[in-house]
Design a protein around this ligand. Structure first.
Ligand SMILES: Cc1ncc(COP(=O)(O)O)c(C=O)c1O
Length: 414
């Protein structure tokens, strides 16, 4: 494997060589040298449930015995759709294997529905690694991010700053935007919270200008039973998710209003090329759906979100208190189970501020220091997060090691 990893992107996530994992259990995992780690990265939130949860293991084993793929619906597909509809308030659901694929299909549905091509996103976003999703601002223009993405792949993409409603209005008023693709809170550039009224205005601007509103809850669905959509009363036309929804077994999903879903209605007289271009052989397979059914029914219960948000808050409180004790006026993010670092006295309101106030080199040094002491901190685009199996003891250990780090970097050894 190039770089010794299954996908070369994985090596870029860490500022040190990746470790090789042997096994995980609850909120910890162990590498092949026998070192154990408290897991605050949660595989970038996808292991919110914790590792090797018995109910999920049982469901997956039972489904593997009963068959893993038929290219047909199974009863679990219905059950999972019904439960997602109950939680997120959108009646109709489709399944993929990842959030990247769910976003790709959501954009196609939006384009078919609106008969427009433009997609409006926000600087600092990450919605996956499809060509079109990999656009970044370069001297005010949207340019492909990374080699191998064609120069014109992002020609339909517009990027504006999060919380900048004037810029949103300016782009939407051009009349060619099929959808606004937005995270409820930006979570791949630290955390950027929506300003008060941002989501309400976004919903209104999208409707007024004939664009659909697509909310990507891939990271934020861990905020509550219905994600931030439920917590904050959002009303997307399409809602995208992936990662933690099947306890770490690959599954992506997108839900739609009945009006939007009509664009997927099968017309027996239509040829393949006349239908919306969706699909993948292993999408929504029985193994993914068995895992999702049991994860939703037995693991992601209402009280677990209270537990994780309480821990997340104490982590953020501890980070701020320890940083202050060491003479740093830093702020910690607070997004339910998730915390994180702003190396400045103010939280950022957009990606420009987030990048300017986050000391990546320092954070990656901290990450390595903590890993060497048995705490697996978040990757540098995210922040430490607590999962269902995390405990007060884990948070106390995180804070103890963080305190040690700030002590050691501020005291010169002779
Ligand atoms: C908000 C958001 N959307 C989509 C994705 C893509 O998820 P995946 O890599 O599982 O396709 C990510 C991944 O980090 C994400 O954070």
């Amino acid at each position: 494997m190039p770089n010794g990893v299954p996908t070369s992107w994985m090596v870029t996530l860490y500022d040190h060589p990746p470790i090789v994992v042997k096994s995980g259990n609850g909120a910890t995992f162990t590498d092949i040298d026998g070192n154990a780690y408290f897991d605050f990265n949660l595989a970038d939130t996808s292991m919110f449930t914790g590792h090797a949860v018995e109910a999920i293991v049982r469901a997956v084993v039972e489904q593997a015995r009963a068959g893993t793929q038929f290219l047909l619906p199974v009863e679990d597909s219905v059950e999972v759709s019904v439960e997602l509809a109950r939680r997120f308030g959108l009646p109709l659901w489709q399944f993929t294997l990842s959030a990247t694929q769910a976003n790709t299909e959501a954009i196609r549905v939006a384009r078919a529905f609106t008969e427009r091509s433009g997609v409006l996103m926000f600087d600092g976003k990450y919605h996956g690694h499809a060509d079109e999703l990999l656009g970044e601002l370069d001297a005010g223009r949207v340019a492909p991010e990374g080699l191998g993405v064609p120069a014109d792949a992002t020609r339909h993409v517009r990027l504006v700053q999060y919380n900048d409603l004037e810029a949103v209005q300016a782009e939407l008023s051009k009349g060619d935007v099929a959808c606004v693709l937005v995270e409820a809170a930006v979570t791949n550039c630290g955390v950027i919270q929506p300003a008060e009224g941002f989501h309400t205005a976004l919903r209104q601007l999208a409707s007024e200008n004939g664009a659909l509103l697509v909310v990507d809850e891939t990271h934020t669905l861990v905020a509550g039973p219905g994600g931030l959509t439920g917590r904050w009363g959002l009303h997307p036309d399409i809602l995208v998710m992936g990662k933690s929804i099947a306890g770490g077994i690959p599954l992506g999903a997108y839900g739609m209003t009945a009006a939007v879903a009509r664009v997927l209605d099968h017309r027996p007289s239509a040829s393949f090329g006349e239908e919306v271009a969706t699909g993948g052989t292993l999408f929504g397979n029985p193994l993914s759906l068995a895992a999702a059914r049991v994860t939703l029914a037995e693991v992601l219960t209402d009280d677990t979100y209270v537990h994780t948000a309480t821990l997340g808050r104490s982590l953020a409180d501890g980070i701020e208190a320890i940083a202050t004790e060491h003479g740093f006026g830093w702020r910690a993010h607070r997004l339910f189970n998730r915390s994180g670092y702003t190396h400045a006295p103010e939280l950022p309101s957009n990606a420009l501020e987030a990048r300017a106030t986050f000391d990546r080199e320092l954070y990656n040094l901290q990450r390595l220091y903590m890993a060497n002491r048995g705490v697996w901190d978040a990757i540098d685009s995210a922040g430490p997060a607590c999962g269902i199996q995390s405990s007060k003891t884990d948070v106390a250990r995180y804070l103890e090691v963080f305190d040690g780090f700030l002590h050691d970097v501020t005291h010169r050894r002779s």
